[in-house]
Design a protein around this ligand. Structure first.
Ligand code: GCU
Length: 439
């Protein structure tokens, strides 16, 4: 019974195969790609990152802001010219665009101008049972017009599962899924996908988007995917977009589809992503005001964790061959001639770009130190002034919370769950948080 839905999918959707990533085979190309960026930047050596094995848990007894910070966190509400931002209008018209420009140029890279059209088709629409709930499952494909460079083909993969019986358009929880989670849709019955059950129990739909169908997750793949299509198979320039920005662009294209589907409420679409996709959903939220809210799980360095916080993963790690492709080439400078204190911005300002919309940030207390729970919490605290300026409520505390204590009195929420590097344990709390807004 449980597996009914999967069997239906298995039969109906043989094409829904996730391509295995040729990580090993591509190593030499990745190194070559990173090397050419270093040449463009005239950098000869980069510092090595922290060894994950040496990461120590943060000491919760230390005072907020004193331990673990390199330099000072930039002020979100001070303009580049040093003048304070005191009105919402100044935020929208002056400060926010300044921050976006920094994130574009130095961290995530710029989306090319004149992006091609994406045409969505419903490849299959089946009625099925998802754990006793009658659902409709739509398998979608977003084909990117590649007439400018036919050598690269991009088909964005998205699956939407929604209650079969609805009276009005339903909200959507959209996950940016790891290939193994996405593959479970076609695999054997799965008992761990509890968040999907909870979403359906609320009468909402859930969507699973496959980021690697937009952009492969390695440096060698940068001449393919949407980045390669736009570059016509050439190397990136230092301020061109990285994979995180490309995945976020793809999430916006999925939202374009949702806007055309009258059974779904496009004004109530939340994003969820874990780890690298936890970074990505914050970026998607920052750049696309149509997304209603976000659950960013264990996003760490390059996501919600302050670059300037020294516990957990560091800027230098993200500049390694395994991760540099997530970011703009310019980010490499900060592990070479520059360091994290030279960054004109920090992670709190990425969170602030989501304002005034609700943001839920989760991390694990046990063996999730690589994601930098404390540096993440501090970033969310420091996004508070922007929320307050826009008439919303911040976290409501600057005290690092106890394990499993939900901090959600305002529009910014934080929860340090008792487990490790997983989004699962905070899902019920995110749904509780979302329910405040989607009654
Ligand atoms: C690595 C990386 C992290 C990233 C994580 C993931 O641990 O260092 O920055 O978040 O992979 O995405 O799984």
């Amino acid at each position: 019974m449980k597996s009914a839905v999967y069997i239906v999918l298995l039969a109906a959707l043989p094409f829904l195969q996730v391509q295995a990533q040729a990580v090993d085979k591509s190593k030499s190309n990745t190194a070559q790609d990173r090397q050419q960026l270093l040449q463009q930047l005239q950098i000869t050596t980069l510092r090595r990152g922290t060894d994950p094995a040496l990461i120590k848990a943060f000491d919760p007894n230390s005072e907020l802001g004193k331990l673990g910070l390199y330099g000072k966190i930039p002020e979100a509400l001070v303009l580049n010219n040093g003048k304070p931002v005191t009105t919402a209008k100044q935020w929208w018209q002056q400060r926010r665009p300044e921050l976006v420009e920094f994130f574009d140029r130095e961290i995530y890279g710029r989306v090319p101008k004149n992006m091609p059209k994406v045409t969505w088709t419903v490849d299959s629409r089946v009625n099925a049972m998802h754990h006793q709930v009658p659902v409709i499952i739509k398998i979608l494909k977003g084909h990117v017009d590649n007439s400018s460079y036919p050598a690269v083909n991009v088909d964005i993969q998205l699956v939407i599962t929604q209650p079969a019986k609805i009276k009005k358009p339903v909200p959507v929880m959209m996950e940016l899924s790891f290939p193994e989670d996405f593959r479970q849709l076609t695999g054997p019955a799965d008992t761990t996908n509890l968040w999907q059950d909870e979403v359906l129990a609320k009468g909402w739909a859930y969507a699973m988007l496959l980021p690697v169908s937009i952009q492969t997750d390695n440096g060698a793949g940068l001449t393919q995917g949407i980045i390669g299509l736009m570059n016509k198979g050439q190397f990136r320039k230092p301020d061109d977009w990285g994979a995180v920005r490309a995945w976020a662009w793809g999430a916006s294209r999925a939202l374009d589809y949702i806007e055309t589907d009258h059974s779904l409420d496009a004004k109530k679409v939340a994003l969820e992503g874990h780890s690298r996709y936890g970074k990505t959903v914050l970026v998607a939220m920052a750049y696309d005001p149509r997304f209603a809210m976000v659950y960013s799980s264990s996003s760490g360095e390059g996501g919600a964790k302050l670059h300037r916080h020294n516990a957990g993963e560091q800027v230098e790690n993200i500049c390694s061959t395994g991760a540099y492709h997530w970011m703009a080439g310019n980010f490499l400078k900060y592990a070479g001639p520059l360091n994290c204190t030279d960054l004109p911005i920090d992670a709190h300002e990425l969170i602030a770009l989501a304002a005034p919309r609700p943001v839920f940030i989760g991390v694990g207390a046990n063996k999730d130190d690589w994601a930098g729970p404390k540096g993440t919490f501090m970033a969310e605290v420091s996004a508070g002034p922007v929320y307050r300026l826009l008439g919303k409520k911040d976290l409501g505390t600057t005290n690092y919370p106890a394990v499993d204590q939900m901090v959600a009195s305002g529009d910014l929420a934080f929860r340090l769950h008792h487990g490790g590097h997983t989004p699962a344990l905070n899902w019920p709390y995110f749904i509780e948080f979302a329910s405040k807004y989607w009654k």
